[in-house]
Structures are given as C-alpha cells and as structure tokens.
Design a protein around this ligand. Structure first.
Ligand code: PLP
Length: 256
C-alpha cells in the first residue's frame, strides 16, 4: 500500500485545518493518512470557540493500534494542546526512533484563537530531540525561543538546534512584503530558500496542509529539501484555488 503518515491532530469541524487538512494533503501527495485524534475543536472559518482534548490513554491506544497494523513511514504532529498529549507522542517517538517526526508547533489558529493550555510550550520542547523537521512560522519561532527573528534569525535557529531540532522550515507567512519567503535550515545551516507571491487572503489550515504534504514526501522517501519544495508548489496551487465560505472568514485551501 501507499506509505502511511500517522498524524496526531485535532478535528476542525469547518474542514479547513486539523485532521481533515492532513488527510487531504497526504492523499494528494501519494500517501495514506492515519489519524490519532488529539482534540475536538469548536470552530468555523472565522474563529475558535473552544476545544476538548482526547484522554491520553485513548490517544495512546489509537496510535498503538495503527503503528502495529499499518506501514507507518512518518509521524506528523499538529494540534497537541496539552502536556499530557505531548507525553503520549514522546513515548511513541521513543518506541519508534527510526520513524521521522514532522512537528508543526501549532499554538494558535490563523484566526487568532488559542489551541493550547498553559504550560504547553515548555512541554512541547521535549519533542524537539525527536523532530526530523520543525515547521514554525516566524511568530511561533519567536514564542518558542523568546527571540526576535527580525533582529537575529541565526540566534533563533541556534536556540532551536540547541533544544535538539535537526531541521527547521521557518515560514514567512506572517512577515511583510509582496513575496513570502520560507527558509529551510538543516544542522544550523540555511540549505534552501523559496519565495512565493503573497496571496491577498487569510487562509485556514495552510500550516497544517504544508506540514502534512512534506510528511507525505518524507514517507515516500524523498530527501527533505525535495519534499519541502514539492509540498510548497502543491500548497501554492491549493491556496490559489481556495474556497471562500464567508466574506468575513478565512479561505479554505482546495487541496484535492
Ligand atoms: N489544528 C487544528 C485542529 C486547527 O483547528 C488549526 C487551526 O485552526 C490548526 C491545527 C492550525 O492551523 P494552521 O494550519 O492554519 O496553522
């Protein structure tokens, strides 16, 4: 069968982000998504109204059954929300040290609503030594390190590296400028930069989609820079073709 990406992600009932984004992105890029559901959120294309996390034992059992049964070639994390969920993922990473982990450090939705509880950021850092790739936007990178990307990007990357991360895709969606610039660092070195015309819209689930699309490439055995570029090309098209459900809401990428 197609290689499997095991995703730890939350349900977004609008279908823009979270586990639906993961399933669609991974299917579009020739892999199969299996989902261990971390949380149920209440949200639409405009905002987050709340969420409830899945019990840690139930989550661990979901993941364990999939790992025992399907050819999982990569693990992708989206919304983890609590230190308890992070602990479940950490244990699985320890049990599967050769399965690459793609870690999207989801903190807030693009609409601005928080998707984590207090104390989450410190707990998330425990996963960094297992991460094959971390995919923060610049705002997330600053919250994770307490440093400014604009003032000293190298310090931000060095700090993440000191915490154990092997590669970082620093996404420029929250910066200014007509072109959006993504930077891929591996072992503290900038190995690839890509530029994309900035589209005139806010998108719901763009980060989830990109990290999942990269995971599908990794699961298919592509080298990291190629998996990233392929995912970026695909994402840009999905955003250009996005649906606009509501005039005040965010656009939903058309992934398939
Ligand atoms: N995961 C879930 C369940 C979400 O609802 C969201 C945002 O709404 C995200 C992740 C992060 O979304 P984005 O891809 O826009 O960063």
């Amino acid at each position: 069968m197609r290689p499997v990406v095991l995703c730890f992600s939350g349900l977004d009932p609008s279908g823009g982000a979270g586990l639906q984004a993961d399933i669609e992105a991974i299917a579009a890029l020739q892999a199969h998504a299996a989902i261990a559901c971390t949380a149920l959120t209440i949200q639409d294309s405009q905002q987050v109204y709340g969420f409830q996390t899945v019990d840690a034992t139930l989550l661990a059992e979901q993941a364990a059954k999939v790992l025992a049964d399907l050819p999982v070639k990569a693990i992708k994390c989206g919304m983890l929300a609590t230190p308890e969920t992070v602990a479940v993922v950490k244990q699985i990473c320890q049990q599967h040290p050769h399965t690459p982990l793609i870690l999207d450090p989801v903190l807030v939705a693009n609409s601005g609503g928080s998707l984590t509880v207090d104390g989450f950021i410190d707990s998330l850092k425990q996963l960094f030594p297992y991460a094959h790739l971390l995919t923060p936007n610049t705002v997330e990178a600053e919250r994770l390190t307490g440093l400014s990307v604009a003032n000293n990007e190298a310090d931000v990357i060095n700090t993440l590296s000191d915490l154990g991360v092997k590669a970082v895709l620093l996404k420029g969606g929250h910066e200014q400028g007509q072109m959006l610039r993504n930077r891929l660092y591996q072992d503290n070195k900038l190995i690839q930069t890509s530029q994309w015309p900035r589209l005139n819209a806010q998108f719901h689930g763009s980060g989830c989609s990109l990290a999942s699309a990269i995971s599908a490439g990794i699961a298919n055995g592509l080298p990291l820079p190629i998996a990233v570029t392929r995912a970026e090309v695909w994402l840009q098209r999905s955003l250009q073709n996005a649906d606009f459900p509501h005039k005040n809401g965010q656009a939903i990428p058309r992934r398939i």
